[in-house]
Design a protein around this ligand. Structure first.
Ligand code: NAD
Ligand code: DAU
Length: 367
């Protein structure tokens, strides 16, 4: 039985992790610590809060006394650290929060874990740090995929902050003997993803006849993994991963951005044709008139320092821990589309006021 502290559990991947874990390990206790930034949403956890083994704490990972009290009072033996500023575009426009949360915040957690676990002789513990493939930089079209020994070469302030936090986790293992593991995962998609990220943004913009912004030529490549597969990988690492080790997690599923956008357009058109109620609910969408949503595609100025290609070599987690994704991209993207179509109130609450105003002034059926 485990007592977990899940940081950032009200965000996209953390929320999915909480439901995955509660569904699989009914004996375990989970405490979520989340600052509820723009990306965190307590309502995500409404179902989890019905479970007496779950507790939500509104607080910041930078608050070391709070973290220490949680570790002690809940007898936490496992930290799963998701909390971060996670959006590359935001890091380009305002890096400070990324330094505070991703670097200083991670260090604060490490200090608290060292004090409450190591300094008190609590041998049975694990600090699992959730990181990203972006720490490895960018690949050319013929380069081999990132392995765990690919040198770090982060290009955005976000990636640099994550790389820095990875190094701190490593240092706490090497120097103090903290029991740590790190996972570097590729792009996730699925339920509860904040609609500033490519896939949910494109889905929602198609529903409201808004342009689909493609940075540059749209031929940048990402390696997509369904969020539950990421969390199954984390589960395997917690169960069988070796202290001090890093594991890449990915689905060997490379797509150019423009091809993903085309796919979403095609699948939504198909859904509208199969379910006539969608045309009533989203009457502004081109799909409501059986028009191909690709007409909304607009190439815009490229992201500064935009990484051209990411690809994960996931052989280590496959060979050592038996990881394989359950979800194909075909099944995962269909599930994701269906989830967004069925959860309009969820994403509607997150849309900015200016976006809502835009929709209200342009269309007769404001959301
Ligand atoms: P997200 O932005 O959806 O959620 C982040 C969560 O962290 C939010 O709930 C937010 O309120 C919380 N948070 C932010 N600052 C905090 C602070 N100072 N104290 C406490 N809570 C705070 O992010 P996500 O997409 O779910 O990503 C989760 C983790 O996974 C991040 O560490 C990210 O780097 C990593 N990751 C994400 C992806 C991806 O594709 N989304 C891929 C690989 C790795
Ligand atoms: O690779 C893992 C990373 O994936 C995570 O560490 C990050 O937290 C996560 O946000 C994600 O980063 P990306 O920058 O790859 O994701 P995003 O959804 O922002 O963009 C995906 C690709 O689509 C990227 O090449 C930029 C492009 N894009 C994105 C948006 C939002 C567009 O062309 N237009 C857009 O409007």
């Amino acid at each position: 039985m485990k007592n977990l502290l899940v940081t950032g559990g009200a965000g996209f991947i953390g929320t999915n992790f909480v439901y995955y874990w509660l569904g699989k390990y009914s004996e375990d206790h989970i405490v979520v610590l989340d600052a509820l930034t723009y990306a965190g949403n307590k309502d995500n956890l409404t179902e989890a809060e019905k479970n007496p083994k779950f507790e939500f704490v509104h607080g910041n990972i930078l608050d070391q006394p709070l973290v220490e009290a949680l570790l002690e009072n809940h007898n936490i033996d496992t930290i799963v650290h998701f909390a971060a500023e996670s959006h590359v575009d935001r890091s380009i426009h305002g890096p400070d929060e990324f330094i505070n949360t991703n670097i200083v915040g991670t260090h604060t957690l490490l200090k608290a874990a060292k004090k409450i676990w190591l300094d008190a002789g609590k041998e049975s513990h694990r600090f699992h740090h959730i990181s990203t493939d972006e720490v490895y930089g960018t690949l050319g079209s013929n380069d081999p995929a990132f392995t765990e020994s690919t040198p770090y070469a982060p290009n955005s302030p976000y990636a640099a902050s994550k790389a820095s936090s990875d190094h701190l986790v490593r240092a706490y293992h090497e120097t103090y003997g903290l029991n740590t593991t790190i996972s570097n995962c590729s792009n996730n998609y699925g339920p509860f993803q904040f609609p500033e990220k490519l896939i949910p943004l494109v889905i929602i913009n198609i529903l409201f006849n808004k342009s689909l912004p493609i940075y540059g030529d749209g031929r940048q490549i990402r390696d997509w993994l369904y969020v539950d597969d990421h969390n199954r990988g984390v589960d395997l690492i917690l169960e069988k991963g070796v202290s001090g080790q890093t594991y890449n997690i990915g689905g060997t599923n490379e797509w150019a951005n423009i091809d993903i956008v085309h796919l979403i357009c095609d699948l939504l058109l198909e859904q509208f044709s199969n379910d006539k109620s969608l045309a009533e609910r989203f009457s502004a969408s081109p799909a409501a008139q059986a028009t191909d949503p690709k007409i909304l595609i607009t190439h815009v100025k490229d992201r500064l320092g935009h990484d051209r290609r990411y690809a994960i070599n996931a052989q280590k987690i496959k060979n050592d821990l038996g990881f394989l994704p359950d979800e194909s991209f075909e099944t995962g993207i269909r599930k994701t589309l269906t989830w967004f179509l069925n959860h309009q109130p969820w994403w509607n609450n997150l849309l900015s006021d200016s976006y809502k105003k835009w929709i209200a002034t342009n269309y007769s059926e404001p959301i």
